[in-house]
Design a protein around this ligand. Sequence first.
Ligand code: CDP
Length: 224
Amino acid sequence: MIYIAIDGPAGSGKSSVASELAKRLGFGYLNTGNIYRAISFFWIQKGQPEFSKEFFEFIREKNFSVVDDSVIVDGKRYNNELRTLEVGRVVSKIAEIPEIREIVTRKSREIVKDGNFVVEGRDIGTVVLPDAFLKIFLTASIEERARRRYKELISRGIKANFEDIINEIRERDYIDSSRTISPLKAADDAITITTDGLDLEEVVERIFSIYTERMKSVRDNSCK
Ligand code: CDP
């Protein structure tokens, strides 16, 4: 199977880039952040219980799959409810818990095992798929990332306030990069792309040409 790992901080453009790239290559697309978000959503729905064996078992038994940018859990489709500020505020704390990371890593590998996939998250190139064919680390300034998130929420018809978004992103950046297990960081063999001032098409094109080059050199080498 061919895997392309796209990691990076909140609002760096991962989701739109990864899904567009997947479409262009005819690959499946997995947004692992959506799985952390779905777990956060269930945790809130259940009344924010203790992180006990019972809660982990409840999550472990659920069946996760993906269609486009939605998560299907036990046959029900989740999308907009995963992107609320309420979920955004707790998701990084949920993602710090080792048992939860282990569950999501296992479920993510299960989802991609039979096909070529573009997989996005924070630890795809470092932990989930360390042997990925291509690893990209996308980043951008915090202002640019907050502007994008604001636009995205408004276009989805979700109420948003720019200051709240900047604060939420800053807080998540901090938690995501300072946690001890699988922190947000570029894999040693990742290619970093800073996306300030680049539009979606330009970033997709850049990754697409890196991919084609690499494919070509693998083919050339195997013909030698
Ligand atoms: O789309 P955005 O960048 O806002 O975040 P996301 O991809 O929806 O991920 C939400 C949160 O899940 C992140 O802030 C991380 O705390 C966590 N996450 C993670 O820890 N590891 C991943 N592979 C993906 C997401």
